[in-house]
Design a protein around this ligand. Structure first.
Ligand code: PNW
Length: 443
């Protein structure tokens, strides 16, 4: 089915996040999160759904782990809901919350799956938001306490711990575009939030490192290369600015010790306030970089703008399918950041309006998407980029944030009325692909 051959020890997995699949938002002593609040605000979620049930994974995790084992995967990337384990975001720990993740880890162990844990996939305890959320520098210190507690409990039994998932989305979709919780539209706030997220990352890594645990430590960033529509100086400048705003804004502080210059200049007075020593904290050495890739950025300064060619079509999110952008991105960051650690592709996948027909789900678009992106990934590796694993987004159809349940990213279909899971054709395809990698052609 494929002539692609990845290294023998390459890690094959799938990814999810707590708020998107768990449900049970008021069970087991979980505190409220900003996404509970946001979902309860009329007009914020396009189909009016919320996180109270979603995939009911909180009660069905055994079935979901069994599916991953059946697919022959090596690893599972999931996130811990901070308000489940520390309902107020400071002070008391909730043993029942930790117990859920302990049970999940036991189940993964029993099935031979390695756990890759994300500490923050956007569900901030509401109690911390009430104190200013990520706009308040103190939140970074609360995060480091939370990180250390998870590290103490699970740090020797999980393969990796990532501090944040996609801080760009938290900062800008949440505080500038207003599309994500907490729903603000203030660029200076969004910039300050991004700085506090970076600071919390550095403080979290420091605290985890001091524990001497075996888990690999890192961060997950959503990244895009940015292509200018033409060779004009204006389009090229726009593409550089786009790269700096989206990818460089987090990469440069971590790997170069400063914010990217053009973006900083354009933000002017809205640039974040940085305290002495912050970049030293942010630049803590990490063991891996998680890259989430969905699309490239396309930059045209003409009016009306020149549209991207979109030769391979778009997904149900309206995102251009552009596998070559993954190669371009990886080759670029590998060149521009000489001190880059090994990379994990922590998310890649597509939304498609899948339906069950006669007990099956035919989603050839998704299998093709995965095949194309794995091929693009291999191209980058052949050009010297050190990539160690790939996590498909997502195991299950789930709560797609402001799109609610209306967008389906899973390789496994979820019927939200019955909670029945149905393997899509793409799940069968992925199982066969992974099995082929394990069988060899390894020369
Ligand atoms: C990522 N954008 O979100 C998240 O890590 C997942 O939780 C999510 O389900 C997945 O990708 C699919 O969307 C993103 O607008 C949300 O640029 C929005 C954007 C990018 C990533």
């Amino acid at each position: 089915m494929s002539s692609l051959v990845f290294p023998r020890d390459f890690v094959w997995g799938v990814a999810t996040s707590s708020f998107q699949i768990e449900g049970a938002t008021t069970e087991g002593g979980r505190g409220a999160s900003i996404w509970d609040t946001f979902c309860a605000t009329p007009g914020k979620i396009i189909d009016g759904t919320d996180g109270t049930v979603v995939c009911d994974h909180y009660h069905r995790y055994k079935e979901d782990v069994a599916i991953m084992a059946d697919l022959g995967l090596d690893a599972y990337r999931f996130s811990i809901a901070w308000p489940r384990v520390q309902p107020a975001g400071s002070g008391a720990w909730n043993e029942e919350g930790f117990k859920f993740y302990e049970n999940l880890l036991d189940e993964l162990d029993a099935k031979g799956l390695k756990a890759h844990v994300t500490l923050y996939h956007w569900d901030l305890p509401q109690a911390l938001q009430d104190l200013g959320g990520w706009g308040n520098r103190e939140t970074a210190y609360r995060f480091a306490e939370y990180a250390a507690e998870v590290g103490r409990r699970f740090g020797n039994r999980v393969a990796s711990i990532a501090t944040h998932n996609e801080p760009w989305c938290t900062a800008y979709l949440g505080n500038f575009h207003g599309r994500f919780a907490p729903g603000f539209t203030d660029i200076a706030l969004a910039n300050q939030v991004s700085h506090h997220l970076l600071l919390s990352h550095g403080l979290g890594i420091k605290a985890l490192r001091e524990l001497g645990i075996s888990a690999q430590l890192g961060i997950v960033l959503n990244q895009s290369d940015a292509d200018p529509a033409t060779d004009s100086a204006a389009d090229k400048r726009q593409a550089q600015l786009e790269y700096e705003n989206f990818t460089g804004w987090f990469m440069d502080p971590i790997f170069k010790g400063h914010y990217p210059p053009l973006a900083l200049e354009v933000y002017g007075d809205a640039a974040p306030k940085v305290e002495p020593g912050d970049f030293e904290i942010i630049g803590q050495k990490i063991d891996f970089l998680g890259v989430n890739y969905y699309f490239r950025a396309w930059c045209s300064t003409q009016n009306p703008p020149i549209e991207p060619p979109r030769a391979l079509g778009i997904t149900d999110m309206g995102w251009e399918i552009y596998p070559k952008g993954l190669t371009d991105l990886l080759v670029r960051i590998n060149r521009e950041y000489p001190n880059l650690p090994p990379i994990l592709i922590t998310e890649n996948g597509m939304a498609n309006p899948d339906r069950v027909e006669d007990g099956a789900v035919h989603d050839p678009q998704r299998s093709q998407f995965l095949q194309q992106h794995l091929s693009a990934l291999k191209d980058a590796m052949d050009q010297g980029v050190d990539v160690r694993g790939y996590f498909e987004w997502s195991l299950l159809d789930n709560f797609e944030w402001d799109s609610g349940l209306s967008k389906r990213f899973g390789i496994v279909h979820v019927d939200y009325d019955t909670q029945k899971r149905t393997l899509k054709d793409s799940a069968h395809w992925y199982r066969e692909f992974v099995s082929q990698q394990k069988r060899g052609n390894h020369g």
